[in-house]
Design a protein around this ligand. Sequence first.
Ligand SMILES: [Zn+2]
Length: 115
Amino acid sequence: MEKSANYREILLAMRRDVMREISGNTLAAREMAQGDVPDIGDMSCATYERDVLLNLSEVQRQKVRDIDAALARLEQGEYGVCLGCGEEIPQKRMEVRPFSRYCVECKTEVERFGE
Ligand SMILES: [Zn+2]
């Protein structure tokens, strides 16, 4: 039980961090979109930077979804169990990526063949 409590704290802290980053990026992207654009060269640069920020946010949004899914599995007592083989995911891996759904072997399979 102690183990689950720790992971919940870690996941919630990660979620807070990502949410802070996302709101920062959204603000920056909005400011860029509204900023004065003196010439074409600057415009393409500003557009590029905005795209980068928006893509970054998408990656971060995905991370929030992963974290939420991990929190849900924690509630259901399925946390840390591989969705592929049903074995417990090694703790070392869970410490590196607390929202892991697969053990390393199954993750490799999933990446090669899709979920
Ligand atoms: Zn597995």
